[in-house]
Design a protein around this ligand. Structure first.
Ligand code: ATP
Ligand code: KDG
Length: 307
């Protein structure tokens, strides 16, 4: 029988308005686009791909009392994600406008809304230590949580509770611009003792001063292992004993939104089932490259073969 590891994800959930345009943007004028409304949010994306990858995910998040929050929850539930949501009457559900160019690269205009107001009280510690439901083995944080001052206390409290309950942990820093704007000190203090840090090259450069995967070695004073995603090139795992890389398959990149979230889910699911780093990287690039072949962060998961 396949083991389905239980993972708690704390992070953003909401809707993405994805506008794919073949021509450069005509600022001040019109640019014809294909526009799709899809479920999104980095935490929710990871949870959906985890469910596709044979994991039982529980997503802890905050939404507004609005149709976007209800739609996000309905889509997550039908994708196999359990939701532990706090409904905030004073904020709108996270909504992100995503502009996707002819090469599939995306620019995001995020309004985190209720997601930025998540508080330590939104996470019942019983969900981590097994007193309020089945005990999970792992906690994953989507890093906006640690980078935005309003949501950082929730992220820090979740990591502390996970450590106390004996869970392994992972963090995706998620936003290089925020890291550069506020410096790395608070972020690195928050991730002390995290098992896996999952930056892309831009986030790595913001943390170490270099986008070269080798530079992640400097982070091993803070975390046990670093996995650097390198877009179309694949990903590299670095810990005290090894540095191994796996190439991504060549695919047509239609929309890169959520590729990192899908990668994280593939890597974590595989690792939590006992895979070694190379096998886990392969599972990560498999999901990451599936994600870029479709418009939207979550719809692509349904097209990926389930585990
Ligand atoms: N053009 C591509 N072709 C194939 N695979 C890709 C491509 N872009 C991304 N991927 C896959 O997705 C993974 C994550 O991509 P990337 O390094 O761009 O993460 P990211 O910047 O966090 O993504 P995003 O922020 O868009 O979610 C890569 O390791 C790779 O497996
Ligand atoms: O592309 C990314 O970096 C993402 O993590 C995806 C977005 O955060 C998410 O879908 C926006 O709501």
């Amino acid at each position: 029988m396949t083991i389905r590891p239980r993972v708690v994800v704390v992070g953003d959930t909401g809707l993405d308005v994805v506008a794919s345009h073949r021509q450069p943007l005509a600022m001040g004028g019109d640019t014809r686009s294909k526009v799709r409304l899809t479920a999104g949010g980095a935490g929710a994306n990871t949870a959906v791909w985890l469910a596709r990858g044979g994991v039982e995910p529980l997503l802890v998040a905050r939404v507004g009392d609005d149709s976007a929050g209800r739609q996000a929850a309905a889509e997550l539930t039908s994708a196999g994600v359990r939701c532990a949501f706090t409904v905030d009457p004073d904020a709108a559900t996270c909504c992100v406008v995503v502009l996707v160019d002819a090469t599939g690269q995306r620019t995001m205009l995020p309004d985190r809304g209720a997601s930025a107001r998540i508080s330590p009280d939104d996470l019942d510690p019983g969900l981590l230590d097994g007193t309020a439901g089945p005990k999970p083995v792992h906690l994953h944080l989507s890093g906006y949580l640690l980078l935005d001052r309003t949501s950082r206390p929730a992220g820090v409290a979740a990591l502390q509770a996970a450590r106390a309950a004996g869970l392994t942990t992972s963090v995706d820093p998620q936003a290089a611009a925020l890291l550069r704007a506020q410096g790395t000190e608070d972020f690195l203090a928050a991730v002390a003792d995290v098992d896996l840090l999952l930056p892309n090259t831009d986030e790595l450069a913001a943390l170490t001063g270099s986008a070269e995967p080798e530079s992640a070695r400097a982070l091993l004073d803070h975390v046990r292992a670093v996995v650097v995603t390198t877009g179309a090139d694949g990903a590299t795992w670095i810990d005290a004993r090894r540095q191994v890389s796996v190439e991504a398959p060549a695919v047509e990149c239609v929309d890169s939104t959520g590729a990192g979230d899908a990668f994280n889910a593939g890597l974590l699911g595989s690792r939590l089932r006992g895979a070694d780093p190379v096998e886990a990287l392969r599972a990560g690039v498999s999901m990451g490259s599936s994600a870029v072949r479709h418009v939207g962060a979550q719809p692509a998961a349904a097209a990926h073969a389930p585990i």
